[in-house]
Design a protein around this ligand. Structure first.
Ligand code: A3D
Length: 320
């Protein structure tokens, strides 16, 4: 049986890290696509040359032609630009929307059966636009954000409690941005929900609130430290976890930006929700029950994403 084919659209910081991780994990053969001539070819060759020492079996190649992603099983999209000083949100939206158009058309023409994971920001609006431009089934197009946001929450909680990150599970919903909704009630240490841990005196509500805020600001914290560019190791790891769940039909329960039609009071909308990822793509959106406070945070987050989608439709009337 041939190895699966993984197309990475965008060979920047995250794209290169995705290629390295996919090779190390032997998830399949890897094609890096980027408009920057030489970048995908150079990264592919560099990673391939680590193969003898690592002992992986995978071919890596770089390209500027969508024809080379033909038949890809998974496409992970990081193509686009990041916000630069002086650039408004709408400027960024306009530029990355055009990128999503070319990527969506490229995937539709050459890899229409792929499971597509979008990482390009602003995430929830870009995954919606990518789905619209590609015309792929909704369950085959999703966005990576919740796995990363939850991983950040889990990391900070493990530091607070002094326990292994493996024993901390966390739940983050909503859009990827300031309005994301880390749900303490559904987050646990060794199965014990966070509010119970506060009652037990293992931490305080103030400390928990500070951790939740640090999670919301997780991306900005890294940008502030790096000064140029944004996080790429953990974002790449998170998308690889989703790709692996699809390729190995793992039925993983992972939060991601998925098309929600009927669950959580939403009709036909992309936002961060708990899902099951397996060979069918997004096989299920888990319709959790929220209390009044959680629902109002979630509604606020949904409204923020709706604002971005509206702005996309104004920029490109073909999407309206
Ligand atoms: P970067 O290193 O700039 O890579 C982006 C790549 O896209 C560059 O190599 C560009 O040449 C390439 N590119 C630009 N236009 C096109 C095009 N039309 N077709 C193909 N390739 C193109 O960025 P990065 O890898 O650090 O980040 C990529 C994206 O992920 C950005 O939009 C970030 O904001 C976003 N991001 C999202 C998260 C989430 O959790 C959702 C986290 C971190 C970064």
């Amino acid at each position: 049986m041939a190895r699966p084919k993984i197309a990475l659209i965008g060979a920047g910081q995250i794209g290169g890290t995705l290629a390295h991780l996919a090779a190390l994990k032997e998830l399949g053969d890897i094609v890096l696509f980027d408009i920057a001539e030489g970048t995908p070819e150079g990264k592919a060759l560099d990673i391939a040359e680590s193969g003898p020492a690592e002992g992986f079996d995978a071919t890596l190649s770089g390209t500027q032609s969508y024809a080379d992603i033909a038949g890809a099983d998974v496409c992970i999209v990081t193509a686009g630009v990041a916000r630069k000083p002086g650039m408004s949100r709408d400027d960024l939206l306009g530029i990355n929307l055009k990128v999503m158009k070319s990527v969506g058309e490229g995937i539709a023409a050459h890899a229409p059966d792929a499971f597509v994971i979008c990482i390009t920001n602003p995430l929830d609006a870009m995954v919606w636009a990518l789905r619209e431009f590609s015309g792929l089934p909704h369950e085959k197009v999703c966005g990576m954000a919740g796995v990363l946001d939850s991983a950040r929450f889990r990391h900070f909680l493990s530091l607070e409690f002094g326990v292994s990150m493996r024993d901390v599970s966390a739940f983050v919903l909503g859009g990827h941005g300031d309005t994301m909704v880390p749900l303490a009630r559904y987050s646990t240490v060794g199965g014990i929900p966070l509010p119970d841990l506060v009652d037990m005196g293992w931490t305080t509500q103030d400390k928990l609130d500070a951790i939740i805020q640090r999670t919301r600001d997780g991306g900005a914290e890294i940008v502030g430290l790096l000064k140029t560019g944004s996080a790429f190791y953990a974002p790449a790891t998170s998308a690889i976890e989703m790709a692996e769940a699809y390729l190995k039909d793992q039925k993983r329960v992972l939060p991601c930006a998925a098309y929600v039609d009927g669950a959580l009071g939403l009709n036909g909308f992309y936002v961060g929700v708990p899902t099951v990822i397996g060979a069918g793509g997004i096989e299920k959106v888990i319709d959790i029950k929220m209390n009044k406070d959680e629902q109002s945070m979630f509604d606020k987050s949904v409204d923020a994403v709706k604002g971005l989608v509206k702005a996309c439709k104004e920029i490109d009337p073909s999407l309206a």
